[in-house]
Write a protein that binds this ligand. Structure first.
Ligand code: MG
Ligand code: MG
Length: 264
């Protein structure tokens, strides 16, 4: 069941997602070698609650075992998504994807950014750049009258043309009062396939792109998704609303990128 949103609902969705953008910017300010992913999680948890929202990832049930124990997912290097924060310090040259969800005034925010820790190898930076670019290509394809497959096609064709892998098992999703609503939004697809996109559709688009093979596995903790070949993976995510005939980005990397500009 796909719930199209009204103007008022889209504005509430925007507020929840702007808070995710602000949280990611706070995280951008603290990321450097020596910082642990648990410290990132603690900062996010406090910041989200101080702003009157709830961190939605905390306590999400797993089909494999324990509920998710933290407020953000922190996925380091070959971890693709759903990494659990730990006390292991980040090292120079690492990358870390921080996926953040908020519930504010009944609506969900969901956005992810992959950060560099200190100086990162040029080929890893290139992976991040292409993944982020593919997210915006996917967003540009999300026009009324197009179909969900057009989004996946845009992401997949761009990333594969750079020699990267596109993870198949996990995908983007509808979003609103629930963090995960219909439709599913795969990062692969064929043009003209899938549900028709229309005004009021609100979705999270989230390419998960690997340097090597797209094959993944899940660690024994029941959460952490890793690449099978141990190569790094990147993950960028925006929540968007199809609004007045255009894809309108609800979340924001603006502040994160301002901080990054100062650091790197
Ligand atoms: Mg997310
Ligand atoms: Mg998501």
């Amino acid at each position: 069941m796909v719930y199209l949103k009204t103007e008022d609902e889209i504005e509430l969705l925007r507020q929840a997602n702007l808070l995710v953008g602000k949280t990611l910017a706070e995280i951008a300010r603290m990321i450097k070698p020596g910082v642990t992913t648990r410290q990132i999680d603690q900062l996010a948890d406090t910041f989200i609650r101080d702003n009157g929202a709830l961190p939605t990832f905390k306590g999400v049930p797993s089909p494999y075992g324990k509920p998710f124990p933290a407020s953000v997912c922190t996925s380091v290097n070959d971890q693709v998504v759903h990494g659990i924060p730990t006390d292991k310090p980040l090292e120079e040259g690492d990358i870390v994807s921080v996926d953040c969800g908020t519930l504010l005034n009944g609506f969900n925010g969901d956005s992810c950014y992959t950060f560099c820790v200190g100086e990162v190898k040029p080929e890893v930076k290139a992976l991040l750049k292409t993944t982020k670019e593919s997210l915006y290509l996917g967003i540009q394809a999300a026009l009324p009258g197009h179909r969900i497959g057009d989004i996946g096609y845009a992401v997949q064709s761009y990333c594969e043309s750079h020699g990267y892998g596109v993870v198949r098992e996990l995908c983007g999703h509808g979003i609103g009062r629930e963090m995960h609503e219909d439709p599913m939004v795969p990062n692969y697809g064929r043009r003209g396939n899938g549900m028709k996109i229309q005004n009021g559709l609100c979705i999270a688009i989230e390419p998960m792109i690997t340097m090597g093979s797209h094959e993944i596995g899940v660690l024994e903790d029941g959460w952490t998704v890793v690449t099978r070949d141990g190569q790094p993976a990147a993950h960028f995510e925006h929540t968007i609303a199809i609004h007045n005939g255009q894809p309108d980005i609800m979340s924001s990397f603006e502040e994160v990128e301002l901080v990054e500009g100062k650091l790197y």
